[in-house]
Write a protein that binds this ligand. Sequence first.
Ligand SMILES: Nc1ncnc2c1ncn2[C@@H]1O[C@H](COP(=O)(O)OP(=O)(O)OP(=O)(O)O)[C@@H](O)[C@H]1O
Ligand SMILES: Nc1ncnc2c1ncn2[C@@H]1O[C@H](COP(=O)(O)OP(=O)(O)OP(=O)(O)O)[C@@H](O)[C@H]1O
Ligand SMILES: [Mg+2]
Ligand SMILES: [Mg+2]
Lengths: 227, 227
Amino acid sequence: MIEAKDLTKIYYLDAVQVQALDKINLKIEKGEFISVMGPSGSGKSTLLHLLGGIDRPTFGKIFINSADVTKLSDTELSDLRRDTVGFIFQIFNLIPTLTALENVMVPLFPRGADLKWVEERAKALLSMVGLKERMNHKPTQLSGGERQRVAIARSLVNQPQIILADEPTGELDSKTGREIILLMKKLNEEENVTVVIVTHDPRVSELTERIIYLQDGRIVREERSYD
Amino acid sequence: MIEAKDLTKIYYLDAVQVQALDKINLKIEKGEFISVMGPSGSGKSTLLHLLGGIDRPTFGKIFINSADVTKLSDTELSDLRRDTVGFIFQIFNLIPTLTALENVMVPLFPRGADLKWVEERAKALLSMVGLKERMNHKPTQLSGGERQRVAIARSLVNQPQIILADEPTGELDSKTGREIILLMKKLNEEENVTVVIVTHDPRVSELTERIIYLQDGRIVREERSYD
Ligand SMILES: Nc1ncnc2c1ncn2[C@@H]1O[C@H](COP(=O)(O)OP(=O)(O)OP(=O)(O)O)[C@@H](O)[C@H]1O
Ligand SMILES: Nc1ncnc2c1ncn2[C@@H]1O[C@H](COP(=O)(O)OP(=O)(O)OP(=O)(O)O)[C@@H](O)[C@H]1O
Ligand SMILES: [Mg+2]
Ligand SMILES: [Mg+2]
C-alpha cells in the first residue's frame, strides 16, 4: 500500500546541509497499524511528510497503491492526498480565523459535497473526540489538547484510507490519549484503514502491531507483536 | 513566593461562558519544584498564564513575592514578568522570521545588555539543550522537539527566579525530556529557582516533590513526596 525505496531527504540551508533521511526502505501493507519512534530530530516528521505527499524527496521513490508519487504533478499529488490520506500535523496547522467546526469541514469544501451533510459529519467527529461543547471556539479559544483533537477530527472527515498521525497525543492526558488511539484502532480493524503513528509515548506504541525505530534519518530497529 | 486566592477565570464568548478556573487557592514557596496535572481542558494553561502575569483573572488575587499583581499596570506587570519569570508556552510562540539563536536572545534585547554577552549566553543555553548544530535554523526549519527546546532555552536566558513550564516535554523523546527536567531540577537545587511544570507525563511528575491535580478548573487532589 505504501512503499519507500532508498528514500532520502536533504535540507539545504545556505552553507549547511541537513540529511534528514538517509536511504529509507520501508513497506507498509494495507490495513497495518504501526508506530514510528526515535529521538527528537531523527527524521520522523520528515518521513511522514514524504509518505503523505506533503513534501518531495531529494532522492528515492514513494509508491502509494503502486503509483509512483514522485512522477505526479503537484495537482495530481494533492488530489491523491486529499482523497486518500488523513494527516494529523505535529503543529496542528489549524486556521485561526475559523471555528473548530469550520476547521474540521475544510478538507471537504472544494468537493461540492452537500454542506449540511459535511456539517453533520464534522459535528459527529468533534463529539467523538469530546469537543461537542467547543465547536464554535476559534483555535486561540481552545486548550492545547483541544486544538490537537480538532486536528484529529479534521484528519478523519474525508474517510481516508491512510491515516498519518504525527504525535497525535502529545498534548493529551493519558485517558484522552488512549481514547484517541483506540478510535484509530477501531477504524483500522473495522474499515481496514492503514494507520502510521509517530509517537514518543510507549503507551501508544504498545497498542500498535509493529514499531519502526529511526535514528539519524535511518531505520535502526523494528519490532513486531503477534498478539 | 507565589500565592493564588480564590483565583477565578471566566472566558466570555458571545452567548457562552467558560469557567476555566473556579476559586483556586494555592501557595507555592520559594524554591519549590512542583508539577500540575489534569485532563485536557481542566485549566492548567490558564492557571499558569495567570500565575505568570500573562493574563488577568476575572476574580481573585495573585501575589508574587507578596506584591498583589492584580494592582499592577500592564507595564509594571510585564516588567515584573520579564525580570522574574521564565515562561515556556505550550505552543512555543517562537518568532518565525528569527533564527533559533535570535529567538533565545529576544527576552534580553530591550535591556541594553552587551549584545556579545547576550549572544554567548544564548549559545550556551542552546548547546545545553542539544541544539548547537541548529542555531541558525528558523522555526520552520526545525523539528517539533527542536522548536520546543528553543522555547525552553529562551525561558532561561534572563536567569528567572520562577520557571513556569507548560508541558515542556510534550514533543520530546523520553531521553531528551528527562534531560530537560533534570536541567530544571539542577537550577532548582543549585540556585533555588521555583519551578512549576504542567505535564501529562507521570515520568516528569514523579521527579517533582509535589503534584497538584486540576479538574474542571478546581484543585481536586495534591500529593507530596518526602524523599
Ligand atoms: N480564550 C478562550 N476563550 C474561551 N474558552 C477558552 C479560552 N481559552 C481556553 N478556553 C477554555 O478553557 C478551558 C481551559 O483551558 P486550558 O487551556 O487552561 O486547559 P488545559 O488544562 O491547559 O488543557 P490542555 O491539557 O488540553 O492543554 C478549556 O476547556 C478551553 O476550551
Ligand atoms: N526545512 C528544514 N530545513 C533544514 N533542516 C530541517 C528542516 N526541517 C527539518 N529539519 C531538520 O531535519 C531533522 C529532522 O527533522 P524532523 O522534523 O523530521 O525530526 P523529528 O524526528 O520529527 O523530530 P521531533 O521528534 O523533534 O519532532 C531535524 O534535525 C531538523 O532540524
Ligand atoms: Mg517531528
Ligand atoms: Mg494547556
